[in-house]
Design a protein around this ligand. Structure first.
Ligand SMILES: CC(C)(COP(=O)(O)OP(=O)(O)OC[C@H]1O[C@@H](n2cnc3c(N)ncnc32)[C@H](O)[C@@H]1OP(=O)(O)O)[C@@H](O)C(=O)NCCC(=O)NCCS
Length: 158
């Protein structure tokens, strides 16, 4: 099983997958336009032409990238698909030579296995909060902030 870079034809399926969980408050929903604009951030796992898992790596700043929108179709969970997606994101972050990867999640235990550690949300730089303002829960964020430190020379305080 491989995670591949998303193609334009995958976008409607990514949208449906992410917003299926988003509408239940399990992750942040994303408009179709945003997924098209950021589709080069996305990895997908396919079964035939069906997208069964997705996730994105978004560049925030010179030293910081975010793992976003990790979702696996119900019925396909527990088969290692989510792990393949997160590993592809981390591999790309390493290739880009960034210092830190962060994630905001309701599933911290899932991310712990990749080396992410919990941090105080307030320790994340304010520039990553841009999209928080359109989150229905803003400003009462109840997600867990986590960071994976890829380089010892990380400037962050975690
Ligand atoms: C969380 C999610 C992405 C995990 O994907 P998945 O494909 O089911 O996970 P995997 O099969 O790759 O699991 C890899 C490992 O993580 C573990 N794991 C999976 N989900 C977990 C969770 N929620 N908490 C703790 N561990 C978890 C698995 O047991 C497995 O462990 P193992 O390697 O020891 O067997 C998936 O359940 C999902 O899409 N959930 C809804 C959306 C969501 O909450 N996304 C989170 C990102 S914001």
């Amino acid at each position: 099983m491989n995670a591949e870079k998303a193609r334009i034809a995958d976008v409607p399926q990514i949208h449906k997958l992410v917003n299926g969980f988003g509408s239940r408050g399990l992750m942040l929903s994303r408009p179709l336009s945003e997924i098209y604009e950021n589709m080069r951030d996305f990895f997908v796992v396919r079964e035939g032409s069906a997208v069964v898992g997705c996730g994105a790596l978004h560049i925030c700043w010179e030293d910081l990238v975010e793992v976003k929108s990790v979702a696996v179709l119900e019925g396909n969970q527990g088969k290692g698909i989510g792990a393949v997606v997160v590993e592809a994101c981390i591999e790309e972050a390493n290739r880009l030579e960034v210092a830190d990867v962060f994630v905001l999640t309701y599933e911290p235990e899932f991310f712990t296995r990749f080396g992410f550690i919990k941090v105080d949300l307030m320790d994340l730089p304010r520039k990553v909060w841009g999209e928080c303002q359109r989150c229905p829960k803003y400003p009462d964020c109840d997600e867990t902030a986590m960071v994976l430190k890829l380089k010892p020379q990380s400037k962050a305080k975690w």
